[in-house]
Design a binder for this molecule. Structure first.
Ligand SMILES: [Fe+2]
Ligand SMILES: [Fe+2]
Length: 258
């Protein structure tokens, strides 16, 4: 079985890449199930219901998010109705939505957990201990556990992959929007990558127009963000899963489009 996990889909540019190219990528890599981080899919932050519907229509089966999850306020109303849409599990309680899901894909009971890091990010519950508690309650219901660890610091992401090694079968980093070249299978047990990258504008600064970001850095004054124009990119990883529910290969995918 092959799972495709797509890095942060950003804005209309990212959605258009998915609409134009996902089907061909799914067919080329013989994908059985597609997961995407969609925290930036509307505008440059958040996930409006119309974007969620559009991305499902384009072939995405399951969605994770991150620190931008609440940026489009309407998600407060619809997230509870969506079985295939997560917010980080370590958000404070009570909080709408859920931080994990379990789906059946072919013969595999696939568990998906979304967690946020806390280094250079909001002071949420400790993702290491939240994972321990969650794992104890759901591990018997899953054959394969995949975690989207949405975090800024590479150290926290790598440390978490070691923490979950042998319990989760894949720990995939998101949030920085820059794909890292450290994909590996730790101790033959857990596929990991520090960041899957971003799907959206290729020519800006992590998706935003470079002149706007330069102005912000040079003047330290508030600016209004706009998506970068020009080339676009598709960033993802493909996970190969064998019949004993182990990840045997993690493969980076990095494509650019005019
Ligand atoms: Fe993001
Ligand atoms: Fe993020």
């Amino acid at each position: 079985m092959n799972i495709l996990f797509i890095g942060d889909i950003m804005g209309r540019a990212g959605r258009n890449v998915i609409k134009s190219h996902l089907k061909e990528i799914q067919s080329e890599y013989q994908i059985d199930f597609t997961i995407a981080n969609a925290e930036n899919a509307s505008g440059y932050a958040g996930l409006a219901k119309s974007s969620y519907d559009e991305l499902m229509q384009a072939g995405i089966d399951f969605f994770t998010t991150g620190n931008h999850v609440w940026a489009q306020k309407e998600i407060f109303d619809y997230i509870e109705r969506c079985d295939n849409l997560l917010r980080p599990a370590n958000y404070p309680s009570p909080c709408p939505g859920k931080g994990y899901g379990i789906v059946r894909v072919n013969k595999i009971r696939l568990g998906i957990i979304n967690l946020s890091g806390t280094v250079f990010m909001d002071a949420l519950d400790n993702p290491f201990s939240v994972f321990d508690t969650l794992y104890a309650s759901i591990s018997n219901a899953c054959d394969f556990l995949l975690i989207d660890f949405h975090a800024e610091a590479t150290s926290e992401k790598i440390a978490f992959a070691y923490h979950a090694c042998g319990r989760a079968q894949a720990v995939l980093g998101t949030h920085t929007h820059v794909q890292t070249a450290d994909e590996r299978i730790i101790d033959g047990m857990t596929a990991a990558i520090t960041d899957v990258g971003m799907t959206g504008p290729a020519d800006g600064v992590i998706g935003i127009d470079k002149d706007i970001i330069l102005k912000s850095f040079k003047t330290k004054r508030p600016v209004r963000f706009e998506l970068a124009q020009g080339h676009r990119q598709f960033n993802a990883v493909r996970l190969q899963v064998d019949s004993s529910f182990r990840c045997t290969k993690i493969e980076r995918i990095y494509r650019t489009y005019p």
